[in-house]
Structure formats: structure tokens, C-alpha cells
Design a protein around this ligand. Structure first.
Ligand code: DLL
Length: 451
């Protein structure tokens, strides 16, 4: 369990936004999930279209079959939905509400250039805002806080998702969006933001730049941050916490299912609670689709239980994690998932060994002599896949000459070898060479020859 920096000697404060729902008994929750699953299936049937046909092909032929469902465990018999299904049914083919009832559209990048569209009814937006308010309360953020929202506003769900949740809670929210770094610091200092919302890589960038704009850290009032939208290691959390002097929390979500707020950390930071009254989680073997047991690592699959516009059944997120149903000290009864290890898309297979960028990050970010930034290049050499990790040794190493740089490279090479059992190339570049990200960081540059 991660130590809670500011509350080191104090008992963490436990707050809920919807206590009854967040601490619901497990048997009551199971009944609610079954009811909501059936309601969702009824909606899909009455809307007709792609999802209904998919369910019918898999044996759920009509409403009578839906009524026969007794528990949410029935989910295992239903077919998966994937990003490709959303692309194929672009833009509205996957909606279960008529377009006239849609009040908002968001989008994320698809695989073929066409974006993936997410639609929301008025009710969906209200529920989403409440789920985001749960996230804030989970991190002991209250309506007296001032939130600086540096997630991108626009088609990305981060900006408006956080914004509406903050307003629902009654917090003061500064709609900064990402970028405009100098202005971020001006507002942070002048308005006195107490909480920061952005991607972990942007938080890191801000922490690297802050001394230029606010040399006296006592001028800022930041106490917490909620960071997500990309995988980030515990080591990165420690770096952000230390350099900004805040308490950092993880939040998970995806546009297809809603946006931010699907899962979040409470003050104990021992996994992310999944809002299980709204989303039914499963873990599957990404190769075979077999449902795995609690505690086993695999791909997270989510089913909407409370969406109107675009409920999805068994959506394959491609995100790798595992679930635990062990009791949490915060009193929430929702299962927790581990921090996301990475996406199946981003898993690198080198000589048969599976590696995620987050594992490499854990090693690199533990080395104080490196800038907290890296890039993994994949290339082909003699028909074999190879990896080159580009690192930035800090100024003091770089300026100390060739030998010091070589020592750093050798040490990293050894540490990576200890982690994955394979020798990879390590390239040192001068500090501030690699691009810093204001949104989701790109960690892999795939230069492999495509056959
Ligand atoms: O990233 C929603 C979001 C906004 C989440 C702000 C948290 C904060 P998409 O752009 O559709 O939505 O990307 C979803 O991002 O399937 C994961 O691969 C990744 N992701 C999101 N949160 C986390 C996280 C938003 N906490 C995709 N840890 C997901 C790791 C995350 N990966």
C-alpha cells in the first residue's frame, strides 16, 4: 500500500458522494446488477440494430429470453463487443437512443482514422457527473476545493467529464484545458487552486517547469491531484507527489463506456474501485476469451448497467489488470482493480517475453540520475525484433563526460536485463531532448519493418 503523504500521521478522512450506493451490501448489489442488466438488454432489444442482432445470433433471441435471466452471472453467455464494432457502426449504429435524445457527443481516435463516437442523453450526463463526484469524494476532495482542470476540453472526455463532476460536487472549477503552461501557473498561483486534474505525464511536465514560474513553492496551495487517461507507474506517482508536494490519485475510464469515472482510488490507494452499480467488470484471457478467476491478470471487459444512449455489452477494453473483492478500509463495497499495467495493443513481445512500457518506466523512474522521461523504439535487425530505450541522463551526468554517461547506460542496461532477461539497446540523449506530453504520452515508437 502506498503511503499517504500529507496524512502521514492522521487517519485518512473517508467521504462518499452517494454513501448508500457506494457501501451497498454485496448481495443487494448482485440483485441490482441483474435488474440493471435486464433493463439494459430490454433497451437494446427495443432499439433494434447491430447490438440486438449480435445478441440474437448468440442465442438471446427475444424479450422472453431476457426475462429468463436470473443473475448478472448470465453475462458470461453473451457475446463480446469491440472497438471494431463501434468503427463498423459509425457514427450512430451502436446507439440505443434516438439521436434526438442525445445531448452530447464525445469521440476518441479509432484504429482506422475514423473516430469512435460516444453519445450521452441528459440522464447519462447527470449520472456521469455523479460518478465523477464520487471520484472527488473518494480522494477527500470537497466543494471547498478549487480545481484546476488541465485535461483537454473538446471531443476528449477528460475535460468536460471532470468539469461536470466538479460542478455537481459544488467545487470551484477552472476550465484551463491542457497546454498554455505559463497560464497554468499564473492561474494556479493567483486563483489558489488546491487540486489539479490532468494526465500524469502533464503533471510531471508541470512539476519540471514549476520552479521557472513559481520559485517559491509556498505560493501554491495545491494539495491533491487526480491523474489518469494513460498508464502510470507507482514510481511516477512518487515523483509527482514529491515535486509538487501533493497527494496523487489514479482515475480510470474510457470514452466507449462513459469517460473518466469508471474506476477511482480512495484515500487508501490500494486499487481502483470500479463503480459496480453502473459497470459490470470481468477479466478474460485476451487470447481465448475465457473468463478468469478473481485475482488473475487479464483483459478488463465492461458491461454498461445504467446507460441510455450507448450501453455496451461485454466491451473488450484491451486494458490489462486484475480484480480483488477483498474488503477496503474505506467501506466501499465495490471491487477494486489494480493500476492498469498497459494495453494489449502496447504489449511488446521480445524473444517471447511480454513487456509493458509501465514495467520499463518503473525501473527508469527509480534512477535519480535520469530525467523522468523515456521512449521505447522498436526496430528490426536481421529479421528480429529489437528494443532501444532512449533515456535522458540529468545535466550533472551529461556534463560530467563520456564515462559517466556510459556508466549510466550500463547500469540501466543491467537493470532492464534483470527485469526481462533480455539485453536491449540503451541510448542516452541530452536532457530535454525527448518531447514532453500535455495529454497522453507516446511511449513507443514502432520502427519495425511491416511485412
Ligand atoms: O482516457 C478517459 C479518461 C479521461 C480517463 C481522464 C481518466 C482521466 P479514452 O481517451 O477513450 O478515455 O481512452 C481510454 O485510456 O482504455 C486505457 O487504455 C487508458 N486509460 C484511461 N485511464 C487510465 C488509467 C479516457 N488510469 C483508454 N490508467 C483506456 C491506465 C488508462 N490507462
Amino acid at each position: 500500500m502506498v503511503e499517504i503523504i500529507k496524512n502521514i500521521n492522521k487517519k485518512p478522512r473517508i467521504k462518499y458522494f452517494e454513501k448508500k450506493s457506494e457501501t451497498i451490501g454485496r448481495s443487494e448489489l448482485k440483485i441490482l446488477q441483474a435488474e440493471r442488466l435486464k433493463k439494459t438488454l430490454r433497451q437494446i432489444f427495443s432499439a433494434g440494430g447491430f447490438l440486438k442482432n449480435r445478441l440474437a445470433e448468440a442465442g438471446l433471441k427475444n424479450l422472453k429470453d431476457v426475462e429468463k435471466i436470473k443473475t448478472a452471472l448470465h453475462i458470461k453467455n453473451l457475446p463480446f463487443t469491440s472497438k471494431a464494432d463501434l468503427v463498423d457502426n459509425y457514427p450512430f449504429g451502436i446507439f440505443s437512443s434516438p439521436v434526438k435524445n442525445i445531448v452530447r457527443i464525445h469521440a476518441s481516435s479509432g484504429t482506422t482514422g475514423k473516430p469512435i463516437i460516444a453519445g450521452y442523453t441528459k440522464r447519462d450526463i447527470v449520472i456521469w457527473s455523479k460518478l465523477m463526484a464520487r471520484v472527488f469524494c473518494g480522494a477527500d476532495i470537497s466543494k471547498s476545493d478549487i480545481g484546476q482542470n488541465a485535461y483537454g476540453y473538446g471531443l476528449f472526455t477528460g475535460g468536460l467529464g471532470f468539469h461536470y463532476g466538479a460542478e455537481k460536487l459544488g467545487m470551484t472549477i477552472i476550465p484551463m484545458s491542457a497546454g498554455f503552461t505559463e497560464r497554468q501557473f499564473i492561474m494556479m498561483q493567483d486563483i489558489g487552486a488546491t487540486v489539479l486534474f490532468c494526465t500524469p505525464s502533464y503533471a510531471l511536465f508541470l512539476s519540471e517547469e514549476i520552479h521557472k514560474y513559481i520559485p517559491d513553492k509556498s505560493k501554491i496551495k495545491l494539495r491533491k491531484g487526480i491523474f489518469g487517461a494513460e498508464p502510470w507507474s507507482e514510481e511516477l506517482r512518487k515523483k509527482i507527489e514529491k515535486s509538487l508536494g501533493i497527494d496523487a490519485y489514479d482515475i480510470y475510464g474510457l470514452s466507449e463506456i462513459m469517460g473518466p469515472g469508471v474506476a477511482f482510488e480512495c484515500v487508501y490507494k490500494n486499487g481502483l474501485h470500479i463503480n459496480e452499480d453502473n459497470f459490470l467488470p470481468e477479466i478474460i484471457d485476451p487470447e481465448t476469451g475465457r473468463v478468469l478467476e478473481e485475482g488473475e491478470t487479464g483483459e478488463l471487459v465492461l458491461t454498461s448497467l445504467n446507460r441510455e444512449a450507448m450501453p455496451l455489452i461485454r466491451f473488450r477494453t484491451k486494458d490489462i489488470t486484475r480484480l480483488t473483492g477483498e474488503k477496503c478500509k474505506c467501506g466501499r463495497t465495490f471491487v477494486r482493480m489494480d493500476k492498469i499495467k498497459g494495453r494489449t495493443d502496447d504489449m511488446i513481445i521480445l524473444k517471447g517475453v511480454n513487456v509493458f512500457p509501465s514495467q520499463i518506466e518503473s525501473v527508469l523512474f527509480r534512477c535519480d540520475y535520469l530525467e523522468p522521461v523515456y521512449m521505447i523504439e522498436l526496430y528490426t535487425d536481421n529479421l528480429l525484433d529489437k528494443m532501444n530505450i532512449i533515456i535522458e541522463p540529468k545535466n550533472e551526468i551529461f556534463n560530467a563526460g563520456e564515462n559517466k554517461i556510459t556508466d549510466a547506460v550500463n547500469e540501466i542496461s543491467h537493470k532492464i536485463y534483470e527485469l526481462i532477461g533480455i539485453r536491449v539497446k540503451i541510448t542516452a540523449v541530452p536532457p530535454k531532448t525527448l518531447e514532453r506530453s500535455q495529454g497522453k504520452a507516446k511511449r513507443i515508437n514502432d520502427l519495425r519493418r511491416k511485412i
